[in-house]
Design a protein around this ligand. Structure first.
Ligand code: NDP
Length: 674
């Protein structure tokens, strides 16, 4: 079989291995798969990213970048089989590869969709609400975020060569920031293949992504205040890299996701025989064996009520005994190999450290290989320990054996369980198997501060439960302390790591100009044509219409009450309404006011308004009494194209009474033809 030569991709060109070349070996049989080594001009690469990639990405709106992510994800999705094939030699089974490859592509799809739905078709992100800073509203505050003008350096771990790359690239590219990707060497052939596909797709502008197959040389010394380092790997490497003097001196953002001694808690209510007990056992087994335990989120510590310790050990061991370890290509195989012989040595050594405090109840730590596997392969058996004194033990809470290794520990009560979970000194995730909401709340209060994610599963969560160990693009992935103190993904939160938040203070007109979202107090424009007669393209932010007046009578209120069946006393019973501190007497229904407002501003003939699809932020500010008059102001606040045929228009609607007081306000959403 030919040995792959892993190229780097620098300043728009593929660069063959050079300098110190390393052989990369199959995790399954030890044969050389690929060679890598890079002596790259990092000044040129950072320059190319900053001067070519960044400006090209910043030219695109969030929606255009989202479309790009979708196209990339589709391109990769159609080529998954080639990636699965390369993945076997990393030791991964097909199921493991799906976590990595499909998981990574899925993450990109989610970011594409979130970018289109949750970000504007613009290049400025409006963050949070408007802050009124004075009495009249002539001076306002608003946070916005804009793309960093530097480069993101992604340093990835060996365990998820595809997911690790895509889960960082998706939010980075959506933010409009170019990236230099450095995969972990041990599995770099798979990362390179996926990266090569992205370049071949032609979807990305020049300079948007570059690839380092080998050492990062002096790259970190070249970074500045507009750059970001996003790292996944060991705590030791993270500590070394984040203390780089240049990074510290320039306050370069450093996002770290590192070791984590994740716990799972079998709830005090989840005795053997309950559905929670069974789900728990399945989950522990899955977390131990998926990716041969090489997941940053895998369960390392299994916390169980003391009285169920033996039942838990028995149930997990029973499942482990049925787990076929072997060639990941073989259909019967349930657990493949570790990523390299080096990892195997490391895992066995760490397992022995854990073994000094806990008894081995399943598997072996002596290096004997499971039956029928290649002696050159990085195979180990799953190893389950039981620790009788978890309070005094140290290693079980601090040594991460990055393989199929977990330790069962008994707890006395829930306080003890959460205290033990927190001994991880900051973790990515903890899971709890309980059917009791009180238990769930107690765990959140006691352990939330120590964890980036808390996962609760029980008989109700069923098949929809996504799994203890699966980070999701929608949710935060990261954790405090030992886990690195970083945060990745979490939906649009993850995009913000690559953008700068800026507080803007300005007048309503200037803010409207900056954000392209009409702000109260800003200029409006009233033309001859009713805005409902204007197409999406013709409408402009601030286009407005004021309506004629309408009287609100007692007969209207009674008619509405009878017609809808809403005979609430505030509308129908003068005495009772008067006794209510909010009303002067009988008042009009809020929904009547809404309906009258629509009657006042709607232009009825067929035209470019295709549909009214909802209201946001509706408030009834003052009661309207029979005898009052109302008028409506309708202003175009925002426009968001949805496709080639139509776009969403967000209107500010203000209903005012004869005294100039606003009685109701809301935002109306319509779909308008282009
Ligand atoms: P490392 O921390 O050694 O490597 C992580 C990444 O950092 C790799 O891409 C590596 O590249 C790179 N790197 C290492 N040294 C430098 C450097 N001086 N400058 C720039 N980049 C560098 O982790 P490993 O992948 O070797 O795994 C070791 C341990 O880390 C595991 O056993 C496990 O305990 C933990 N780990 C935790 C993960 C998590 O997600 N929490 C994931 C993976 C591992 P290269 O491969 O070329 O050395």
């Amino acid at each position: 079989m030919t040995i792959l030569s892993l190229n780097s991709y620098a300043a728009g060109k593929w660069v063959a291995p050079s300098g110190r070349i390393s052989d990369l070996k199959s995790a399954v049989d030890g044969r050389v798969i690929a060679r890598l080594g890079a002596e790259l001009d990092f000044e040129r690469m950072t320059d190319h990213a900053r001067k070519v990639g960044g400006p090209a990405l910043r030219e695109l709106t969030f929606h255009q970048r989202a479309a790009m992510l979708k196209a990339l994800a589709q391109y990769l999705n159609e080529r998954r089989d080639a990636l699965y094939e390369l993945s076997y030699d990393t030791g991964a089974t097909k199921t493991d590869s799906m976590i990595d490859i499909d998981g990574g592509i899925g993450t990109m799809f989610v970011y594409a969709s979130k970018g289109r739905r949750e970000l504007p078709d613009d290049v400025i992100y409006v963050d949070g609400n408007l802050e009124q800073l004075g009495k009249t509203g002539a001076f306002l505050g608003q946070h916005v975020a804009t793309s960093l003008q530097g480069v993101a350096v992604h340093i990835n771990a060996f365990n998820f060569p595809v997911w690790g790359m895509l889960e960082k690239l998706a939010p980075t590219l959506l933010a409009g920031v170019p990236a230099i990707v450095k995969p972990a060497s041990a599995t770099a052939w798979l990362a390179e293949a996926a990266f090569r596909m992205m370049i071949e797709s032609g979807v990305l502008p020049d300079g948007a992504v570059q690839f380092v197959a080998g050492s990062t040389g002096d790259l970190l010394d070249r970074l500045g205040s507009q750059d970001v380092v996003s790292f996944t790997g060991s705590a030791a490497t993270a500590g070394m890299l984040r203390s780089n003097e240049n990074l510290l001196g320039n306050a370069v953002r450093f996002v770290a996701e590192q070791d984590s001694l994740n716990a799972t808690i079998l709830g005090p209510d989840a005795a053997p025989g309950t559905p929670e007990f069974d789900i728990f056992v399945r989950e522990v087994h899955r977390e131990m064996t998926a990716k041969a335990g090489q997941k940053c989120t895998a369960i390392r510590r299994v916390l169980v009520p003391a009285e169920h310790q033996e039942a838990v050990i028995e149930a997990i061991s029973e499942r482990l005994a049925k787990t076929v370890v072997g060639d990941p290509r073989a259909e019967a195989t349930k657990m493949g190999a570790l990523a390299s012989l080096g990892q195997r040595e490391d895992v066995l050594e760490k397992a022995r450290l854990i073994g000094s405090e806990a008894r081995l109840v399943f598997g072996s730590t002596d290096g004997s290989r499971p039956d029928g596997v290649d002696a050159e392969g990085a195979f180990v058996s799953p190893m389950l320990f039981s620790c009788d004194d978890p309070d005094r033990a140290e290693n079980v809470h601090s040594v991460e054996a990055f393989g199929p290794v977990s330790t069962v520990m008994a707890y006395r009560d829930l306080d003890h369980a959460t205290a033990l979970a927190n001994r991880g000194a900051g973790s990515l995730v903890a899971s709890v198997f309980t059917h009791d909401p009180q238990v769930a709340r107690k765990v959140v209060l006691a352990s939330g501060a120590w964890h980036g994610r808390l996962y609760f599963a029980n008989r109700d969560t069923g098949k929809e439960a996504t799994g203890h160990g699966s980070p999701l693009p929608h949710l935060v992935h990261g954790g405090p302390g030992r886990a690195g103190g970083g945060e990745e993904m979490g939906g649009i939160r993850g995009v913000m790591h690559y953008m700068q938040r800026t507080a803007i203070q300005a007048s309503p007109d200037l803010l409207t100009g900056i954000t392209r979202s009409w702000v109260k107090g800003a200029r409006t424009r009233t033309g001859d044509a009713h805005p409902f007669r204007m197409t999406f393209g013709e409408l402009e932010i601030g286009d407005a219409i004021g309506t004629p007046w309408r009287d609100v009578t007692l007969a209207d209120v009674e008619h509405f009450a009878e017609f809808t069946g809403d005979n609430f006393y505030a509308h129908m019973d003068e005495e009772a309404a008067k006794a209510n501190p909010f009303f002067p007497g009988r008042v009009a229904h809020g929904y009547l006011i809404l309906s009258f407002a629509a009657g006042l501003f709607v232009d009825p003939a067929p035209g470019p308004v295709l549909a009214n699809y909802g209201l946001d932020n509706l408030r009834f500010m003052k009661p309207v009494s029979p005898g009052d008059r109302i008028t409506v102001n309708l202003i175009v606040k925002e426009k968001t194209p949805r496709n080639a045929e139509y776009g969403e228009v967000r209107w500010v609607v203000a209903v005012t009474n004869q005294d100039g007081e606003q009685v109701a306000g809301y935002e109306l959403l319509t779909m308008n033809a282009m």
